[in-house]
Every structure is written in C-alpha cells, then in structure tokens.
Write a protein that binds this ligand. Structure first.
Ligand code: F6R
Ligand code: MG
Ligand code: MG
Length: 364
C-alpha cells in the first residue's frame, strides 16, 4: 500500500515568548486535523509541538507536494494563528509569510518533510523535530546514522545495508542539489555537509533498492523573507529497521550533543539537547536548542504511536553534557564562536550598524 507521510510545521505564536506552545492552539489544530480525517482526506494524523513550533504529522494517499494536503496544513495554521492572535501570543502567525495560499507551502514559511513509500510488513518511523535551530542540524546525525559504522554497526554486519546509502545534499543559498554515494564518496561529501549553514542533507536513499530512507525540511526562512524572521526549526522523517538502521542506531547520534546554530535571536551556536516532548520548552537564553523524537509503527497508514523516544534516562548524560556545553558557550557572551560568524549575521542588525558607522572607518 502506497502511503505518503507528511510533516508540516510552523511557528504560529509562542507561549511564553518563544519558549513553548499554548494548549488552545494545539487543540485548534487537533480539530482541523480530526475534521480532515473524518472527511477522508487524511488516513491519520498526530498533532504535537516542539518548543514554539506546531507540528502536523499526516498520513494520506495524495502523494508528495499535494495541493490538497498543503492547503489543509496552511488553513489549519491560519486558524491556529487566529487563536494565537486572540491570546496575543508572541509572534502570532510569524511563519505565515504570504498573505494567501499559493498552491504549495514550500517557500511560504512553514517547514515540510514528506516521503511516499510502499508500507512494509512492519513500517517503523522516527520523526525528529527541533526548535531554535536550522535544517543543517540534521547533517551530522544523518551522516552518523547512514554512513558511520562507529554509530551504525548494521552498515558493517547487516548484509542488507552493507551496500551503503546515497545522500541528496542541497545548497540552500544557491538552490542547487547533488547526490553523494556513501561509503565511497564520504570524503567529498563531508567537505560540503560539514558546513551545515549552507549545505543541508535533504534526503537519504538505500543504494541497492533506491528506497527512500530519510527526508528533512530544508528551507532557510531568512532567505525567503530577506531578513531575520526566526529559525527554520526543522523536521526530519527517518524509516527504521530491516534494510534501514535499527531504532537504536537512529537515536544514537543524539547521545552526544552536536553544536548547532539558532540559539538566542537565531544568532548563536548552542548544543542540540535531546528531550521528551514535555521538556521541549527552551527557556534559558531562549534555549538551548531542543530536539524531540516521535516513534510510530504504521498500520495501513494508521499512526500507531507516538512513543516519545527521548523520554529515556539513557539520554540523561546527553542532556547533562548539553547543559555543560551551554555553560561554556554562554561564558563567551557576544563573542564568536558562541555568536554566529559575521556572514551569518547579515540578516540581523549587522547591516544597520555597518551603515551607521560607515563614515567613521578610516584607511589604515
Ligand atoms: C526565536 C528565537 C528567540 C527570539 C528572541 C527575540 O526562534 O530564537 O531567541 O529571537 O526571543 O524575539 P522577538 O524579536 O520576537 O522579540
Ligand atoms: Mg518563535
Ligand atoms: Mg521555534
């Protein structure tokens, strides 16, 4: 049975500040999704949130980039933004950058990750959702899951994965893409995906079967809006078990927190802390950045779950390490490398300050 899994997300208002989501907004989204399921547009859905980002997880049979499904997401976000505006939540409707729906939510503000596949005998899915960071945040974990035998032992000892995986990498500034084959091209690939502010892993495919293994949302809101409007706060769907890495191999990269961009005012590096959904409330210096993981089994498109995958004391050390990294970085205050490098500050106050001081720079 061909199933499409769509995860569409938007920050349509924070409670309090940019730290979390209001329950009334979530229940409004729940209503909209329930109605779409009743009308037969969706097979199933799950509404959740990561920090201040509303997440609509949907299964259906309309394929990727479906006008109907994207319109549904957009309409639900609009109705939720109305609730947010009434409650005067912070930044109500901030990611709904266009005035009207233009047929597809891509490039309009909301983030989207979608994949279509033939549902397997047992279809295990993990959906990662992050707040206070950008889509390149998935580069390191996806590399570890699908190309690093020190993380995924299945690459070495499971015959059905030994052929490796292919990575579709997007240049988010130039809107170009390239496919790298692992393991033979990992050195070439790492030149690019090691720069996650510019190159983001969009999708991963099983090399032998060509089957989709993972897909992420990769848009840079700042580039869409031309000025800083918040971070992308990306999502990533990963298929697991069988010819794909095991659940534990998919979660393992998050046991040692990497450092990502997007903390405070989208202008700082910080550790990506894996947390349970109810702990995704970034409040210290508006962070540190969080990642949650919702696990599902699919049954004819029905979402059996979620299991809150980081709600596990085995990730306590990762959380402790993330807090320690946060302490070290915070000591730097406004200095790099806590603050982003200058070229990443283009969409913030930098141009204005530069303009004001233009006449005062003298030749040395
Ligand atoms: C939002 C974020 C926050 C805000 C900050 C200022 O994703 O990262 O750190 O940038 O709270 O927010 P505004 O400008 O909305 O007052
Ligand atoms: Mg926000
Ligand atoms: Mg957010």
């Amino acid at each position: 049975m061909q199933i499409t899994l769509s995860a569409i997300k938007a920050d349509i208002g924070g409670y309090v500040g940019h730290s979390s989501s209001h329950p009334d907004v979530l229940s409004k989204a729940e209503q909209g999704m329930a109605q779409a399921k009743q009308e037969g547009l969706l097979i199933d859905y799950h509404v959740t949130r990561c920090g201040d980002d509303l997440q609509l997880i949907m299964t259906h049979q309309h394929g990727e980039d479906s006008n109907q499904i994207h319109k549904l997401g957009w309409d639900v976000f609009i109705s939720c933004a109305e609730v947010a505006k009434k409650l005067k939540l912070h930044g109500a409707g901030q990611d709904l950058l266009a005035d009207a729906f233009a047929g597809n939510v891509r490039g309009m503000g909301p983030g989207v990750a979608e994949m279509q596949f033939e549902e397997r005998e047992a279809e295990t899915i993990i959906i990662f959702m992050a707040d206070k960071t950008a889509s390149g945040a998935w580069n390191l974990p996806l590399y570890k899951m699908f190309a690093d035998p020190f993380n995924t032992i299945g690459l070495v000892i499971a015959a059905n994965m030994h052929g490796g995986f292919s990575f579709e990498v997007h240049d988010v500034k130039e809107s170009k893409k390239i496919v790298f084959h692992a393991p033979d091209e990992i050195y070439d690939m790492l030149v690019f995906i090691g720069a996650p502010g510019r190159y983001a892993v969009k999708a991963v495919y099983h090399r032998d079967s060509g089957e989709i293994a993972a897909v992420s949302s990769t848009q840079k809101l700042a580039l869409i809006a031309g000025r800083y409007v918040g971070k992308d706060d990306p999502v990533c769907i990963v298929r697991s078990q069988g010819t794909f890495p095991a659940v534990g191999e998919i979660l393992e990269p998050f046991a040692s927190p990497n450092i990502v961009e997007g903390w405070m005012r989208g202008s700082h590096h910080g550790p990506l802390m894996p947390v349970a959904v109810n702990e995704s409330n970034p409040s210290r210096f508006d962070g540190p950045p969080r990642v949650i993981a919702a696990g599902f089994q699919l049954a004819e498109g029905t979402l059996v779950g979620p299991r809150d995958m980081f709600d596990d004391l085995a990730f306590d050390n990762a959380r402790k390490q993330a807090n320690d990294i946060a302490d070290v970085l915070r000591r730097l205050g406004p200095f790099e490398p806590h603050r982003l490098p200058l070229h990443e500050m283009e969409y913030t106050t930098l141009p204005q300050v530069m303009k004001k001081l233009e006449g005062r720079f003298e030749n040395i």
